[in-house]
Design a protein. Structure first.
Ligand SMILES: [Zn+2]
Length: 128
């Protein structure tokens, strides 16, 4: 008599690495102007919340990247305006892959790729 012993345990191997970077598309996006936060509900059910000032500090546009490079060479900063007073005044989707913020100082060159945001949320998990 044959016993087809199906002794499989509940150990389900993950089908993909848990980075989720391949599928960094948001199911839902909320920009809270009052709290200055961006909340993203990802397709895989995860959600991330960013403070917009945090996003400004990692602004991916060429101008800000250059500024940050300069800061590494010369840490002295002379701020003409208080960076903490920058607020997002508007936001819009760029295609299906990114979000763009318009800041109170007129800055709007930063295009935040969702993969970048997803990575950022993994690298710096927000407050629980
Ligand atoms: Zn920028």
């Amino acid at each position: 008599m044959m016993t087809n012993q199906d002794n499989s345990t509940d150990k389900t191997p993950p089908t993909s690495p848990p980075t989720g970077l391949e599928d960094a598309s948001p199911a839902d996006l909320k920009v809270n102007m009052a709290a200055q936060t961006l909340r993203i509900q990802w397709q895989d059910g995860q959600s991330s919340e960013f403070s917009l000032s945090q996003l400004r500090r990692v602004c991916p546009c060429a101008t800000c990247r250059t500024e940050r490079d300069k800061k590494q060479e010369n840490p002295l900063q002379i701020l003409k305006t208080d960076p903490t007073s920058w607020r997002v005044t508007n936001a819009q989707l760029v295609g299906h892959y990114a979000i763009q913020f318009i800041w109170s100082d007129g800055h709007n060159a930063g295009i935040y790729d969702f993969r970048m945001l997803r990575k950022l949320s993994i690298d710096t998990p927000g407050p629980a």
